[in-house]
Design a protein around this ligand. Sequence first.
Ligand SMILES: [Zn+2]
Length: 251
Amino acid sequence: MMVDGKETVQQVFEAIEHAEMFLIGVGTECMPVREQTTVLREPFLADCEKSRFYEELPEEHEVLRAYRRLSELIGAKPYFVVTLNTDDLIYRAGFEADLVVAPCGSMRKLQCTEHIVEAAKIRDEILTQMQGGAKECEDGWQALAVCPQCGRRLGFHTIKNPDYLEEGYLPQWNKYMKWLSCTLNRRLCILELGVDFEYPQVIRFPFEKTAYFNQKSKFIRINKKFPQLAEKLSVQGINIRENPIDFLNRN
Ligand SMILES: [Zn+2]
């Protein structure tokens, strides 16, 4: 692990201190790593386990600690969070759902081709039935994975779902756009945490553009794999090559 010098870290904290408002982008480097214990051949069942893993993540887990630290650093200043993650952990760390948008969806929710429903009850029923392990149970889960409103087959409400219902996040996205338009000429601190190039049009590119068009802003990129900054941001930008969870928990 490469750790940047004290001066760079100091600059990050000065930028945070000096900021009037925060735009925060969260990417996959901030997701908790789950060690797979059992091998389920059906992807939907593996997702059920993943969904429960996120929900049951203990409060002292490093990801939740890092998010709480972030919330503490922001304090009472205005913010908006855009997250590419579907683990919903940001909501458990003092961030308001009203000020977060998750365009890639949520592992707490299931959807058919038309309705979005809470996952917990259906997911847990399926996992309980699977625990039996008997042949008839393995087939039986399919009868449980149906929409309570229309009876169609359910899948998780994430961008990986071919029928992904974008209306799930669009109201929040509109709020975000409105919020963003109020940041012009303000001392905006743009914090980009562990965002890769899978969906660069959601965070990486527009955040750089926001920084570029607001000369009073500061752009902080903390990223273990892709910390490089565009040259046009060399004055406003600070980059740190480290996993953002480690960075937040260390400083
Ligand atoms: Zn339905």
